[in-house]
Design a protein around this ligand. Sequence first.
Ligand code: BGC
Length: 756
Amino acid sequence: MTAEKLKELIAEMTLEEKASICSGADFWHTEAVERLGIPASMVSDGPHGLRKQDDKADHLGVNESIKAVCFPAGCGTAASFNRELLTEMGKVLGNECQAEGISVILGPAVNIKRSPLCGRNFEYYSEDPVLASQIAGALIKGIQSKNVGTSIKHFLANNQETRRMSVSAEIGERTLREIYLAAFEGAVREQKPWTVMCSYNRINGVYAAENKKYLTDVLRDEWGFDGYVMSDWGAVNNRVADLQAGLELEMPSSGGSNDRLIVEAVKNGTLEESVLDRAVERILNIVYRYEENRDASAVFDRDKDHEAARKVAEETIVLLKNDGILPLQEGKKVAFIGKYAKTPRYQGGGSSHINSHKVTSAMDMAAGNPAISYAQGFCDEEDKIDQRLMEEAVECARQAEAAVIFAGLPDAFESEGFDREHMRMPECQNELIRQVAGVQPNVVVVLHNGSPVEMPWIDSVKGVIEAYLGGQAVGGAEYDILFGKVNPSAKLPETFPLKLEDNPSYLNFPGEGNTVEYKEGIFVGYRYYDKKKMDVLFPFGHGLSYTEYTYSNLQVSAEKLKDTDSLTVSVDVTNSGDMAGKEVVQLYVEDKVSSVIRPVKELKDFAKVELQPKETKTVTFKLSKRAFAYYNTQIGDWHVESGEFDIMIGKSSRDIVLTKTITVESTVELPVVYTADSIMEDVFKNPKAKEIVMKVMEGSASFLPQEGGEGSSGAEAISMEMQEAMMRYMPLRGAVGFGSATMEDVQALVDKLNAL
Ligand code: BGC
């Protein structure tokens, strides 16, 4: 519908009808206005499959939804580092939505993984904002190409489940910009999601739902968002204030009570009707965008989509460790041990829970293969060793030539609604791995979990595969990777620390009472571990392959550039092994000398390339100002400090293979404001300012460095350099104390400097 037509329609609506559009008709539908032919529109969770509830509705995944296809969860899809794959997955989801009459699928969820303990980490993508935003953007692109909307969520700083509906995340502006907002920014700017879902929590004291700064000033005015913002389910706190801040749609229904508040507010003049009209226009614009682009031919072919889910799973499984044991040889006697070999844990709990139409396990794949035996090994209902299952498993492993243990976190360990309390796997599983490794030298552990775990047994096994929560087709992908039909190509989208206490948020997660302070600032994930030079279990970006990749010929389009220029970086990647595969090329940037505290390196771009044995491809990246900038709160903008930067190409964040140093020159001079508190070191950065100050100070024998020391401190042991060093931190007002100037003189000096 054209903007003009929409405006005409809104002009025909009563105040009550307009208010009703701003909240759900029920749990999953927007409100219709039959009198004017305005249709209701259905939304549904998301994001790694459809949770369309036909019957009893809820937002915690308690009641059944229609049979659908569960794709790998966010933790895994991010590990693919493959934008095209995510776009293809999005197309499948978009088509399913068209077939099922869903106008908006509620996702992707891009919140940064601040702590490994966040209960929803399995839904989220990464500890790195570039990766999170790019993966989200790729999914959005695919879904929206089918004329179905997305709802990037949960905006903003919903990085824990503890007290999620009341907690205030206390975060500095630079950290918000560089980490937490950045996870949304790229996807919003580049892929224009139709909707955004605001989170439950508060940001620096203000509820996300009524946070004008982020909902309007940043999201719309800076990033150009033009869809509608909906609340998370029940996140509305103060309906009228929320509407004014930029929250258009309240979900689900408030039973009409909040609509009445809107009507009253317009009537008593506390809410301008134009604000309401604008919100209605934004909501209906999306309602009609979907309605007018319905695809009557769309069919939800579950079996076909299951195969698509399998393809995605193949690229979301990370090979963490391989001491030459993998791939397994077909025909070898292999013991499949562990409950998750038969009933894999492939998704998390809560609103993203999909009612899978079928599930493929690794044991399903092994059907009819006499070389594969099975023992359950553990129960996951409670963390208790079952002696009989343990003995059976040990015996099964003893009789085989290799054992693959399918372990991981049980459902009860991670879910929406609560955070994990520790980073350990159930002790009964750790003990099973130890005992099996005691009798069988060839052990591979396949993990099913949505977030890092500690691995106390790491040295006693030869292989570790992180299958994350790989969706309903995970068994097929696991089996093919174990036996080398598929070459693993995923990389960790997060660091696996050695232990929970190493994590930068450890001392401040989940906070005190209703406040959580993000005291680690921008040092989230690898930004922290690298800065602290800490050992980790597996670094960000790590993932092995069955082939070898070599890198050469790193080229940059310029060795010197201005911050307004862009830089083209290219590198050759060769598959020097014998098996075809896909490699993730990671580009990191380091600001070599900086006056602000910055991470050692930051991921700025990545690409995935498919290479046949002995094939070489050139991968090209384009970097712009943002790749070199930090967020400067003084100017409220991104700023590049002139100087040298390293462009690094890595196989992981800890395996940098090629580096080139370039120089970037800033075109922006930061404003300098002098005060009486300005210290000499800062003032002397400007030679003109130095000259002026030195002149004023000349009168003060005790103030300025004196050769020979006479007239100064008198201590012969103090050299010129020492005196200068001591003076470095002296404020301008210090001149008063040394008798060379009055406070008025200092103020006059400050004025003179500011006029420079
Ligand atoms: C979750 C959202 C979800 C919504 C609807 C909320 O509890 O936080 O992610 O989309 O429920 O189920």
